[in-house]
Design a protein around this ligand. Structure first.
Ligand code: GDP
Ligand code: MG
Length: 175
């Protein structure tokens, strides 16, 4: 079976979405519990982080990959998607364009990623005072594609753990 991992193997999990939506910050918060607004330049990502998430008594091993900023030039390569079991697709709730671009991202995902990839749609920066995308719109897009949805803040930490718990649960159900 495709998703069967050996005990010590990790599920490759990738972050995608427009530049600036908070991919690196989300992963950084998940890794360290911190938010550091000026720590990352758009071209320096984290690389990858290994984490073990416990879902209802089962350990799910995630190897979470951040981009190195290639999304600025729409040049994420096929290699980034290769062998990915799970994917977090981010937009920013205060920037409508990043939400509209998620459809183009989904096209690319369906073109390059494995057809059985587990996808979670994330509306990040839910701490923003300016909102251009409603929660209902996020939910509606997700249900159109048959994927799950959550709003997060890499700044306050709201739903950061929850997002990785959801994707781990989806992976576990797919195993
Ligand atoms: P990436 O290009 O998708 O990796 O985005 P970054 O993680 O580099 O974040 C881009 C900018 O948005 C940085 O200035 C971050 O500090 C900021 N940022 C990221 N996540 C959040 C969030 O949840 N809330 C707020 N208010 N700012 C955020
Ligand atoms: Mg980044």
């Amino acid at each position: 079976q495709h998703f069967k991992c050996k005990e010590e193997e990790y599920h490759k999990t990738i972050l995608v979405g427009d530049s600036g939506v908070g991919k690196t910050s989300l992963l950084f918060h998940f890794e360290t519990g911190k938010f550091e607004p000026r720590k990352f330049s758009a071209t320096v990502g984290i690389g990858f982080t290994n984490k073990i998430v416990n879902v209802a008594g089962s350990d799910v091993r995630l190897q979470i990959w951040d981009t190195a900023g290639q999304e600025r030039f729409r040049s994420i390569t096929h290699a980034y998607y290769r062998d990915a079991h799970a994917l977090l697709l981010l937009y920013e709730i205060g920037n409508r364009r990043t939400f509209e671009n998620t459809r183009a991202w989904l096209c690319e995902i369906y073109e390059y990623a494995d057809s059985s990839i587990c996808i979670l749609l994330i509306g990040n920066k839910c701490d923003s005072t300016v909102r251009e995308v409603t929660t209902e719109e996020g939910e509606q897009l997700a249900s159109e594609y048959g994927i799950e949805f959550v709003e997060t803040s890499a700044k306050t930490g709201q739903n950061v753990e929850a997002a990785f718990n959801i994707i781990s649960r989806i992976l576990l159900e797919a195993t």
